[in-house]
Design a protein around this ligand. Structure first.
Ligand SMILES: NC(=O)c1ccc[n+]([C@@H]2O[C@H](COP(=O)([O-])OP(=O)(O)OC[C@H]3O[C@@H](n4cnc5c(N)ncnc54)[C@H](OP(=O)(O)O)[C@@H]3O)[C@@H](O)[C@H]2O)c1
Length: 252
């Protein structure tokens, strides 16, 4: 255990990458605010943390809801008075259909969570980090290999993940004068519920269906911990961590 007195917020902390990362931060002495829409998995992780002598606060919130995010940050201010690390992790895919078959509602649902949700949490964190003492903090955005290259029939997911790269760069630039760092982790095929279809076979660019390799989600947690632990004088601006043999590099 490495004791710190840092406070972190993890969105989508009830499952997958968020759960593994929140656990890792708790193991390393962070106080961790856990959020996601479902309260039960957040409570389960907070209970587990308490039993191990760690400090977690479970606050259910839909990150696409501006009032909900404001209430979440009120709870953080009240309990801790500061935030050192925000991991913008919550996200979802869209239905795997051709562009002309994607409904406007489905498009908006993905944009609301993957892009507007990240903006809302970032906006609130930025406001807190620039005024707190000591000043500053770190925002880590969960991008994707889809921030670089699309999968077939993924226009909403791919567009929002590319947009996250612009958001990361803007926050990184605008945060400089307040000691706010912003970096992005682009993950490929970490074994979570969202990625389990890779093991069953997924459409490739040439129309074939292929089983793709997965990597252990704990490796992502280690990577985010490394980014979080850096002093504010240094920043991992972009990191790509992927199953080594997944189709990406080498055009397949
Ligand atoms: N696994 C991979 O290989 C991979 C690769 C590239 C990028 N990613 C990215 O990693 C992130 C996490 O994915 P995962 O693989 O860990 O999948 P996951 O287990 O499905 O995690 C998604 C999490 O986001 C939360 N969430 C969804 N909508 C939300 C909302 N509106 N407000 C708050 N929380 C919300 C979900 O909790 P609730 O349902 O309780 O809200 C869930 O805990 C996503 O941004 C994804 O794009 C994953």
């Amino acid at each position: 255990m490495t004791a710190t007195n840092k406070v972190a917020l993890v969105t989508g902390a009830g499952s997958g990458i968020g759960l593994a990362t929140a656990r890792r931060l708790l193991e390393h002495g962070y106080s961790v605010v856990l959020t996601g829409r479902r309260q039960a998995p957040l409570d389960a992780l907070a209970d587990e943390a308490r039993q191990r002598g760690a400090d977690a606060l479970a606050v259910a919130c839909d990150v696409s809801d501006a009032a909900g995010v404001a209430a979440l940050f009120d709870a953080i201010r009240q309990r801790y008075g500061r935030l050192d690390v925000l991991f913008n992790n919550a996200g979802r895919g869209g239905p795997p259909v051709e562009i002309d078959e994607l409904s406007v509602e489905d498009w908006r649902a993905v944009v609301d969570i993957n892009l507007t949700g990240v903006f809302l949490c970032t906006r609130a964190a930025f406001g807190l980090m620039k005024t707190q003492t000591p000043r500053g903090g770190r925002i880590i955005n969960n991008g994707s290999i889809s921030a670089h290259a699309p999968r077939p029939n993924s226009i909403a997911y791919t567009s929002t993940k590319h947009a996250i790269t612009g958001l990361t760069k803007s926050v990184s630039l605008d945060g400089r004068k307040y000691d706010i760092c912003c970096g992005q982790i682009d993950i490929g095929n970490a074994a979570t519920e969202m990625a389990e279809r890779m093991a069953r076979g997924v459409p490739q660019a040439n129309g074939e269906i292929a089983i793709e390799p997965l990597m252990d989600v704990e490796l992502v947690a280690d990577a985010v911990l490394h980014m979080a632990n850096l002093p504010l004088s240094a920043n991992v601006q972009f990191m790509t961590i992927m199953a080594s043999k997944m189709p990406f590099v080498g055009r397949g």
